[in-house]
Design a protein around this ligand. Sequence first.
Ligand SMILES: Cc1cc2nc3c(=O)[nH]c(=O)nc-3n(C[C@H](O)[C@H](O)[C@H](O)COP(=O)(O)O)c2cc1C
Length: 327
Amino acid sequence: MNREFAARKPNHLIRIHDSRPDPLSVDLAGIKLKNPILLASGTAGYGAELSSVMDLGTVGGIILKSVTEKSRKGNPSPRIWETPCGMLNSIGLENMGVDALIDEVLPSLDGSGVTVLASIAGDTVDEYGRLAARLDGAPGVSALEVNVSCPNVEKGGIHFGAEAEATRAVASIVRENCALSFFVKLSAAVSDVARIALAARSGGASGLSLINTIPGLAVDPSTRRPRLGAVTGGLSGPAIKPIALKAIWDCYSATGLPIIGCGGIYDVDDVCEFLVAGSTAVAIGTVTFQDPERALEIIEALPRALSALGVESPGELTGSLRVWREA
Ligand SMILES: Cc1cc2nc3c(=O)[nH]c(=O)nc-3n(C[C@H](O)[C@H](O)[C@H](O)COP(=O)(O)O)c2cc1C
């Protein structure tokens, strides 16, 4: 299988009219998804970008690009660098802000039939609380993803998700301010991701989403300059898959929470691995840049892949990893 990563623009339109609703459906912390295949935050924009290449109603759901209270411009260019089996990006938190999301994006998704998870990101614990309150009851939003891979400006810029207490504080304030299910999106670039996951659970998270990108650096030796304008970026794509699987297994074992698994998924076999490691649903990210139709291809291939593994539904695989134990 060729896992070379090459950016490629969408080149044709496809629609799949799925007539198999139930065998693939999953219950993700009380949200019924028609199948476990979601589009990952930041790789599907706000939906409209992909609606010209796919029927959004076919996927299990879309996780929108993270929004902050005010719109942001993001990082200086260049912001993307291709790596072996992956991609380094430093888009930063370029986004339209929560008001534009509510006023423009959510109405544009109305009628598309897609389950929408909005993603929030903040500089302070209070900003997360205000964002959660703003999106609570927003038309068309089924759940929140809470991106904690953001610098905590009140605590010297350490990412919220790098510290258990900060993660718990964010989860608590989101819980206090909104009745929606929410998934705390974790980074695996920490010494003990299960500890952070337990903190998210104690703050009231309905589930977890992992992993976010892994910090990395690419260098141009001839100029001695970094390849990215922001110097460092986040690595995604097949290169990070084993890291993601381990983090998912660790967090599933420690918390038992429903998990949206993400990180380097390339094809339907990867999806099955992510389910076995503990995911209830998965999010397809970077591979979408290479092949915008990949999520649909995976959905089409999933029934046969499940049947080859002797199961009928994705839920039967979730957390089914058989770990060797000493006799
Ligand atoms: C260009 C780009 C932008 C992203 N933007 C966000 C974002 O706004 N919020 C977020 O939580 N994750 C963001 N991510 C991380 C992805 O959602 C995903 O967690 C990560 O890329 C790993 O999955 P993948 O290897 O399948 O891409 C972004 C990733 C990429 C490549």
